[in-house]
Design a protein. Sequence first.
Length: 422
Amino acid sequence: MQFTNSLEFAKDLDANDSLATYRNEFHLINHNGKPCVYLCGNSLGLQPKRVREAIDQELKDWAELGVEGHFRGKNPWLYYHHFLTENAAKIVGALPSEVVIMNNLTANLHLMMVSFYKPTATRYKIMMEAGAFPSDMYAMETQALHHGLNPEDAIIELKPRAGEHTLRTEDILAEIEQHKDSLAIVMMGGVNYYTGQLFDMQAITAAAHSVGAKAGFDLAHAAGNIPVKLHDWKVDFAVWCTYKYLNSGPGGTSGVFVHEKHANKPELNRFAGWWGHDEQARFQMKKGFIPMQGAAGWQLSNAQILPMAAHKASLEIFAEAGIENLRKKSELLTAYLEFILKAFSQHLQIITPADPNQRGCQLSIIVKENGKQLFDFLETQGILPDWREPDVIRMSPVPLYNSFEDVFKIGVALEAYFETWH
Ligand SMILES: *Cc1c(COP(=O)(O)O)cnc(C)c1O
């Protein structure tokens, strides 16, 4: 599409956007009485208005039924995770039995590593992208230590070529091949939080499997941002949080995917809890763990109803809008942002790949001088991106609640900044 930097053009795109009404489903943040341009959906998604009602329902059942809410609540708490799996599965391209909503992200990452990282004397290495989210780095580091290994030796970090900011798929695949005898697992982000690069999970999984390694992904920045096909790609496991693109509230719950092929493998190591035990026999309170089939067999504790109620409500919006439709709009919205930013390329460098197949909605921008100052200025103008040390501004226009007019306004603010301040 031929873009134009004008308010009229942006408004025209909004008028032709069949998803535009979803913006009304969210509480927009205000700045001086006007809605901000919120660009932090990659960090904490806005609150869907219907979340309050969903949580109120559970509070009401708790108030009126007490413990009986487990059986007689509108959504009986005993089975609560079942109410989320179908819609969650659609987002990650999984069978409902391959998905469970539980715990928090980093805890789930550890649980998955317990099952899928079983180092031997020769095959013990973990491959991840350099500059992964710190929680993932700490998780991998301590997983290696847990098995008596030296993280310096056990962890292979994939680094971009000199002078480049993102990884080339061919280089990732070559590294897998190079470590084919020692590689135990590839554990990467689906989308890197800093650069916004979307990795080719299908190719990476196939390469890992071809050398006898497992492949797992942290989809914190992918879930709800881009459609993925975990089942078809034969990914072994994946984990994600729900408070970023999935708009389920601060500290919200997390999702786990375990491929069907691992659904009934008693030999898989796992750290178990009573909620993962065979549902029919759970309350017999007997010795001897019998896992539920599929991902549900990895549950530890009884469901966290309040954060899961928020997630349930938010997932319904995704089910209605459709992740493929959202992606279509997202590609256009991000392409428009890229077009707007390119007018300032003497001051800004976009480090996120230009290829739409290698990115989600986020663009990461290095400001050549005084990035923090520009960031602070944008905030005064009601534009809310986020700042990541050392030098990146991340902007994530989200198709559910950001508009093309939002993106146009970013250009207006940048013009004001670079004209008056430089
Ligand atoms: C946001 C994010 C986290 C955060 O982990 P929590 O356990 O939810 O606090 C971890 N890993 C990645 C890749 C993230 O983007």
